[in-house]
Design a protein around this ligand. Structure first.
Ligand SMILES: Cc1ncc(COP(=O)(O)O)c(C=O)c1O
Length: 426
């Protein structure tokens, strides 16, 4: 049996600590720039752009639209989620490419703007609007756009809201289309099959001011559930059973014929690929997957390409990383973490986004975030000069797209168009 000496124990422990430390020591993530982003940078410079800008790659956007439409089974409609693609030109481009005139709208200013610009489009509210917002919509609707309101389906989630919309219809002297929100497992509100839903369906049948337009059941929680023990499959089956029971109740109250023409809306980007026939839903809504922010980097959405980027000029590029009051630690920090070797300060910052090019750029949690000149650090291979561009991928599109003014549309190595975004009002 070996003799354990105190000295050997100390040396052994030190070796373990050393090896563990080496294993956790950050690797250098820097490297050469991606030619894809170098081409985009050259296009931005040729277009005279020198402020933080949201860029959409139109060829990738088109490929994503084709991927989506190509996946839909026969008879399945596609509804564009307007809030996730918040630009009239962007929506119109997708409408033309996808061959759809169905939109899902989430706030009154956007509903009003779309009614004015595209009165022929069908708009289904993606969340129930307060009755005063609906009243404001009608008050603001230009006389020449009255027909647009006939293409709106108002989402209703409770008997109380149904009564409010009934009163508004009477007040306006016009019929309002109502779509009932179903809780298919997300638990963000809505009806579940039962006496309350039945009463709502009966109220709709007997109300001369309201017509029953369909159901909306959104289930983005499902792909987030573990697959273990069939958990995810059970949730999907449960969602579809709930939807199917609601359709059964609707047939009971309104008759099988009446329900044949209903809008049966379901899904979102994370789940549209679950729908392989029209047994439950006859249309899916999706928006984000067409531009693919990082929150949509999921297995199911693997065939979709990132198509939206924030590009911002470098203001200062420094060969070192120096932190105020911690100048003495500069060398040791670089030895420990090569990714803190160099520094750029960018134009703007603090967005819901991750840097993607040049490779290996990281935020500095000690220096902190900045909306004015954000610090990013990189490794020894980082090569970027002042006035060149850093590229980010947004985490989400709906709020981030509204922060940069007109979208720069990129295709075949050039900025070919600018698409204004909706105002950042909710
Ligand atoms: C009701 C509803 N449907 C669909 C979506 C899907 O939108 P996206 O495809 O942009 O995730 C959303 C997103 O919030 C939603 O609230």
């Amino acid at each position: 049996m070996p003799r354990l000496s105190r000295r050997n124990l100390i040396l052994g422990s030190a070796a373990i600590v050393g090896v563990t430390a080496l294993m956790t020591k950050p690797r250098d993530h820097s490297g050469p720039r991606d030619p894809y982003f170098l081409d985009m940078q050259a296009a931005l410079m040729r277009a005279g752009i020198a402020t933080p800008t949201l860029v959409i790659d139109r060829a990738r956007l088109n490929a994503n639209v084709d991927t989506l439409i190509g996946h839909l089974p026969a008879g399945m409609g596609y509804r564009i989620v307007a809030k996730s693609l918040p630009s009239l030109d962007l929506i119109n481009h997708i409408r033309a490419r996808a061959g759809t005139d169905r939109l899902m709208t989430f706030n009154q200013p956007m509903l009003s703007a779309l009614s004015e610009a595209s009165p022929e489009a069908s708009q289904l509210l993606g969340k129930p609007l307060p009755i005063q917002a609906a009243r404001n919509y009608f008050a603001q609707l230009p006389a020449g756009r009255a027909e647009a309101a006939g293409n709106v389906q108002w989402l209703v989630d409770t008997p109380e809201r149904l009564a409010q919309y009934s009163a508004l219809a009477a007040e306006l002297g016009r019929e309002l289309k109502v779509n009932l929100e179903l809780d298919v497992g997300l638990h963000r509100g809505g009806f579940t099959p039962g006496s309350e839903l039945k009463a709502a369906l009966e109220a709709l049948r007997g109300d001369p001011g309201l017509s029953f337009a369909g159901f909306m059941g959104y289930e983005p929680h499902i792909p987030a559930l573990p697959t273990a023990l069939g958990w995810r499959d059970r949730a999907l089956k449960g969602a579809w059973n709930t939807y199917s029971d609601a359709l059964g109740l609707a047939a009971e109250v309104h008759g099988a014929e009446a329900i044949a023409g209903l809008t049966r809306n379901a899904a979102g980007s994370p789940t549209y690929r679950y729908y392989e026939d029209t047994g439950i839903a006859n249309e899916v809504s999706a928006g984000s997957c067409l531009v693919k922010p990082t929150h949509f980097d999921t297995d199911l959405l693997e065939p979709h390409l990132p198509a939206s980027f924030i590009a911002t000029p470098v203001i200062k590029s420094l060969p070192v990383t120096r932190l105020p009051g911690l100048e003495f630690a500069e060398g040791a920090t670089r030895v420990w973490d090569p990714n803190s070797s160099k520094t750029v300060f960018i134009y703007g910052g603090h967005w819901l986004a991750d840097p993607v090019d040049p490779p290996g750029l990281e935020y500095n949690s000690t220096f902190g975030r900045s909306s004015n000149q954000e610090m990013l650090n990189g490794g020894p291979e980082l090569e970027i000069a002042a006035d060149e561009f850093v590229f980010f991928r947004p985490h989400q599109s709906e709020a981030v797209f509204l922060q940069f003014g007109d979208i720069a549309v990129y295709e075949h190595g050039e900025i070919i168009d600018r698409w204004p975004v909706f105002p950042a009002s909710a």
